[in-house]
Ligand binder design. Sequence first.
Ligand code: B4P
Length: 185
Amino acid sequence: MLKIVLLGAPGSGKGTQSAKLVEEYGVPQISTGDLLRHAVSEQTELGLEAKKAMDAGELVSDHIVVGMIRERLNEPDTANGFILDGFPRSLAQAEALDEMLAELGRPLQCVVHLRVDNEEIVQRLLSRGREDDNEQTIRNRQSVYQEQTEPLVAYYEKQGLLKPVAGVGTVDDIFSRIKTALNEA
Ligand code: B4P
């Protein structure tokens, strides 16, 4: 059983580490970025609305993202746990998540905070080269992160759930640090 949030700036490696956690613990990864990119590729109404925000490096509206997560957490494969990757990203999303998990009787175990400095992130994302990985959008994502997502560090620290992990070094080194943090949780 693993019920965690991976918190970190855009490009801090949440998706990379989630894939390894899925392999190790056998619980599903729930990535709002992946769910949104899927909606964009299917050209649903929601996808078209989300694309504008994603291309600009802004957050997609809380209403859309919370609805997607509510649906996903009600699917049976999450009964034994989940890795939330890239959600929550605002205080409103974090509060909505607390409510949903209280209703489901499945509180969070811990929040892993991947810490990487901004310049390293710009270099990583420029070499990843996804559609929203140009320098201007990356810089905007970083300032949106600082304004809207960074307050979640204090939010989860207050709840005694925060586990800071250095997100630099090799993917395997970071993964070992995450496992150590989870064992302590
Ligand atoms: P996401 O899909 O969540 O993407 P991300 O934050 O950019 O990436 P992540 O941290 O997962 O990094 P990755 O492992 O890929 O979000 C995209 C957009 O969707 C957002 O800007 C927003 O518009 C929208 N969105 C998503 N969730 C939302 C929400 N909850 N509310 C509102 N809007 C939302 O790693 C990045 C790169 O680094 C990769 O190329 C990887 O190979 C490399 N890398 C990883 N680890 C490394 C290491 N140790 N060393 C060197 N390189 C490494």
